[in-house]
Design a protein around this ligand. Sequence first.
Ligand code: CP
Ligand code: NVA
Length: 302
Amino acid sequence: MKRNLISMLDVKDELEKIIDLGIKLKKTSKKGENIELLKGKTLGMIFEKSSTRTRVSFEVGMTKLGGHAIFLSKNDIQLGRGETIEDTALVLSRYVDLIMYRAISNKAMKEFAKYATIPVISGLDDKEHPCQVVTDLMTIKEHKRKLNGLKFVYIGDGANNMSHSYLLGCAIVGMSIKIVSPKNYWPDDFYVNEARKMCTKVEITDKIEGCTKDADVVATDTWVSMGDEKQKVQRLKDFNGYTIDKKLMSLAKPDAIFLHCLPAYYDYEVTKDVAHGPQSVIFDEAENRMWAQIAIMVNLCK
Ligand code: CP
Ligand code: NVA
């Protein structure tokens, strides 16, 4: 049966295996050894929203694997003129071996995955961003040498795609997770309940004071995700006071690391001195999108 990665739940049983494969292939490739494990394969990449990292990391990753990637912007394909998701999925499945889809909604993502006869990888939708969270866990493992038992604190929009995928990802690997967010922006119940089924240490709070105490990892994301632009003024008001600054970071463990999937908006969700400071690993994280996705694609094609 074909497999997809459109939710962290899709990799529940093999998450650590994929992370370890990403770390291994990164080392192998950096030694100058060949990692052409998907020679002759083609990845189709559909984008309904903007991207820097997802587009480039998938395309270069596929090249390193000996395969080929095709960039399909919604504006340039018939999907943008009203061809159905069903027909688009059925047609593309006849040409390419894998699809990466950055979708406007989780509903569109699920519909595409239902009709595609080849593996579908989410490049983000409004509910989840699984490739980014596999990447972030790989980055944490590289820096901390373990995942289980670590304390993870996410501050910001608790109802967005990163927060939901972090809830599931941290729970799968046995990390405690605290989401710190104004009450109107708490995660969907579904993700909290699924996380709690796997891990007892899941906390949702609006209390920012002292929230990073003893954290091993502190993370955030934009307060205004793609698709939320109309609510920007209200959101900036609602999130006022939730900026990660040096003071908040100093409460975390001395060797704590800071993560941000990027793009970052400085002095909103985080100050630049933290994001570009000694505890930040945001550029390792950006690079690791490529290595984690290499492992994801190899895993789905096997
Ligand atoms: N983090 C991330 O997905 O970045 P892009 O929007 O640039 O792809
Ligand atoms: N939450 C952000 C992530 C961007 C990579 C968004 O959806 O815009």
